[in-house]
Design a protein around this ligand. Structure first.
Ligand code: NCD
Ligand code: ZN
Length: 343
């Protein structure tokens, strides 16, 4: 049986939700990852340091006994975010980044930024304090084809933003296109990207395999196969500007299996195993440790974790659904096998 050991990994993009939903999903992440950047798109959103610290306390209280896991908190950027909030975030020691959702781009983004030009003072404060901006990189213009929204965002919004703020650290989150990978590769080291396991494993064909597949719907939406291959080449290239971010985004089954279903794929139940599959398929398991356990920490200026995890090539069945508070959720690969297992 093939097996390998890596430094304990981190998840640099995660949705944990709140309350009973938080308690349901957190053990899956805490079992695999030492730390995670926790997305602030709650209802209402986590817009202040005070709200972020209270959310952090709820996450710590929801951890299973004996779990060792550190939530790395983020603020939700709005048109009205004040520079003083950014300074307070840095001073807190527990808020590590600020998330930019274009208003209307994705789940719980209605309070997001209507025009990033309105955020100049907050962005200047982030440059000054070295706090990274995490970007949901899609335009919301209904005239732009949904499969082109990331590419157009890079041209219209991201490239000018990176040029306007020469000291700003930026992570283009959950990249889905060859153009995004090329943009980050050509940018200075202060610009990085996260890549999900599902965008490494699935193309948009998975949305329509035998019928419409709501549990494969996420944003940015899955792209054509040539983009998936470009992402896999990029993730396995050993370039330190690309690191692991699952974007595991749990939604109750009935909110996805409906006439206007939510965007988001739950992958935390196999959060590192699915990346092992993707890297193994590319013959690049030796590159997984950098991607999963080193480059993100380096970018955020944090130490690499102590401790290791070992993965073995051994299939295990994913349940058809799992408890999610009073609801159920359908995880990625539901009813099928995952090929790698934590030992
Ligand atoms: C995320 C969610 O459900 O919070 N959904 C998703 O499809 N990725 C939001 C996001 O990251 O865009
Ligand atoms: Zn996300």
């Amino acid at each position: 049986m093939k097996r390998f050991t890596i430094i304990r990994p981190d998840d640099w993009h995660l949705h944990l939700r709140d309350g009973a939903h938080l308690r349901a999903v957190l053990p899956d992440t805490a079992r695999r990852f030492a730390r995670a950047i926790v997305m602030p798109n709650l209802k209402p959103p986590v817009t202040t340091v005070k709200l972020a610290l209270a959310y952090r306390d709820r996450i710590l209280a929801a951890l299973p006994a004996g779990a060792r896991f550190e939530p790395l908190m983020t603020l939700y950027l709005t048109d009205g975010t004040l520079p003083g909030e950014i300074a307070a975030a840095r001073a807190s020691g527990t808020v590590h980044a600020v998330k930019y959702y274009p208003a209307g781009a994705t789940t719980h983004s209605d309070a997001g930024v209507t025009d990033i030009a309105k955020c100049g003072p907050a962005l200047e404060a982030m440059e000054k304090h070295g706090l990274p901006l995490l970007v949901h990189g899609e335009v919301t213009d209904p005239d732009v084809d949904v499969f082109d929204r990331e590419r157009v965002f890079i041209e219209r919004v991201l490239a000018p933003l990176v040029a306007r703020h020469p000291g700003l650290k930026v992570v283009l989150e959950h990249i889905t296109t060859r153009e995004a990978a090329e943009f980050v590769r050509a940018a200075p080291p202060r610009v990085a990207a996260t890549i999900t396991a599902h965008h490494l494993l699935l193309s948009r064909n998975a949305l329509f395999a035998g019928g419409v597949r709501p549990h494969h719907f996420c944003l940015p939406v899955l792209k054509r196969e040539s983009h998936r291959q470009a992402l896999l080449r990029t993730a396995t290239s050993g370039h330190p500007g690309f690191f692991l971010g699952t974007d595991s985004a749990p939604h109750a089954r009935q909110t996805k299996e409906t006439d206007c279903g939510c965007a988001g794929i739950y992958s935390a139940h196999a959060g590192i195993e699915l990346y092992a599959e993707a890297f193994a398929a590319a013959g690049a398991l030796d590159r997984l440790e950098g991607f999963a356990s080193r480059y993100g920490a380096q970018f955020y200026g944090l130490p690499v974790n102590a401790g290791t995890i070992t993965l073995a090539e051994e299939s295990w069945p994913v349940p058809a659904d799992i408890p999610f508070g009073a609801d159920r959720l359908v995880p990625l690969r539901a009813g099928e096998q995952v090929k790698w297992k934590i030992v």
